[in-house]
Design a protein around this ligand. Structure first.
Ligand code: TXA
Ligand code: MG
Length: 321
């Protein structure tokens, strides 16, 4: 098992030695290494069992440093950065050659973000390089939102987990890029589409669920628990599977079901932000029960509800793969 601690200097030392450290962010925990060091980046892919075609996000401590890593920052990107960084927004920008091709899986653009977490902020400011960090989970599984989640799955692959408590947002960052004049969202996440559009106008959603995604964060079956997850009307799904014990993930309502093993209500008050914050924790807990299925329902498609529904749909589609 890895050590869980709050020693930022130790994390810094290890990263400078080329080692990996799990770091807290406001979205989910990341598995971080020196983004400019090909060996450290290779280690990230290996530890996660992640295919090399799936690019990594580069994390920085402040806006000023990105000029070292990207060719140009379009006006809309700058507007977004000024308003929403630090925060759950990753921006795809044309990369400079200092960013290894391995980080971007050979793509011309690098995903960059400035996470909003005081410990990771301090860590990034103390380092002379940016951190490549995918979510700190094995490839395809639910992202971790606590240090214990990281330890459960990657504890034997890394030495140190920087303990920044529970993640405040709970779903991964929103990913945006620009195609000509058009703003395109490639992954819905912790910053709502509404907030982005209110600042820069209409965006196109290019959130693939098809079989030929640009990157695996867009893979149809991703963010998935091991147990089959069925998405729909919970009463009906319960009846359809009446001979099996079920675990239920509901939005605000508590269901009385005869075959219920365990139920988690994401937000009794019906708040999508609260639901997002608890989503991955809840999926992990339900995955640990011995119910045959997880039954889940969609939440309102507003604000972070969009990201929640996206993750639930992907979790549900992995049943067939
Ligand atoms: O909130 C987050 O973004 C978290 C925390 C740790 O920062 N990170 C995260 O990373 O979710 P990861 O590796 O689990 O998901 C990153 C996804 C990739 O799967 C891919 O879909 C997309 O980001 N991505 C990264 N770089 C890209 C690029 N250059 N072009 C297109 N998509 C990219
Ligand atoms: Mg991930």
């Amino acid at each position: 098992m890895a050590e869980i601690g709050k020693d930022i200097k130790k994390a810094k030392r290890m990263l400078e030695e080329g080692k990996l450290v799990a770091i807290p962010t406001e979205t989910v925990y990341g598995l971080a290494g020196n983004a400019l060091d090909v060996e450290a980046v290779t280690e990230i892919y290996l530890s996660k069992n992640r295919p090399y075609f799936d690019p990594l996000i580069v994390h920085v401590g402040e806006l000023e440093v990105i000029k070292d890593y990207v060719e140009e920052v379009p006006q809309k990107a700058l507007t977004l950065i000024k308003k929403f960084w630090p925060g759950p927004l990753t921006i795809l920008l044309p990369k400079k050659s200092i960013i290894p091709d391995l980080v971007t899986a050979g793509l011309d653009r690098v995903g960059i973000r400035c996470p909003d977490h005081p410990m990771t902020y301090q860590l990034l400011k103390s380092l002379s390089f940016p951190l490549a960090a995918p979510s700190a989970n094995p490839f395809g599984y639910v992202s971790p939102t606590t240090p214990e989640h990281v330890n459960e799955q990657l504890g034997n692959k890394i030495e140190y987990i920087l303990n920044g408590g529970d993640c405040a947002v709970g779903v991964e960052s929103t990913i945006i890029g620009f195609e000509g004049d058009e703003s395109v969202i490639y992954r819905v996440g912790g910053l709502s589409v509404e907030k982005i559009e209110s600042l820069i106008g209409p965006v196109r959603l290019s959130v693939h669920t098809g079989s030929n995604p640009q990157a695996s964060g867009q893979l149809e079956s991703h963010y998935a628990p091991r147990k089959p997850l069925l998405l729909g009307n919970i009463q009906q799904l319960s009846l359809d599977n009446i001979d099996a014990e079920v675990a239920v993930l509901s939005f605000r309502e508590e269901y009385q079901l005869s075959n219920l093993r365990r139920q988690i209500v994401l937000s009794p008050s019906g708040n999508v932000d609260e639901a997002a914050q608890r989503l991955f924790m809840a999926l992990r807990e339900l995955d640990k029960t011995d119910a045959a299925f997880i039954l889940a329902e969609a939440v309102p498609e507003i604000g972070l509800g969009r990201a929640i529904n996206d993750r639930l749909r992907r979790a549900a589609s992995s049943n067939s793969t």
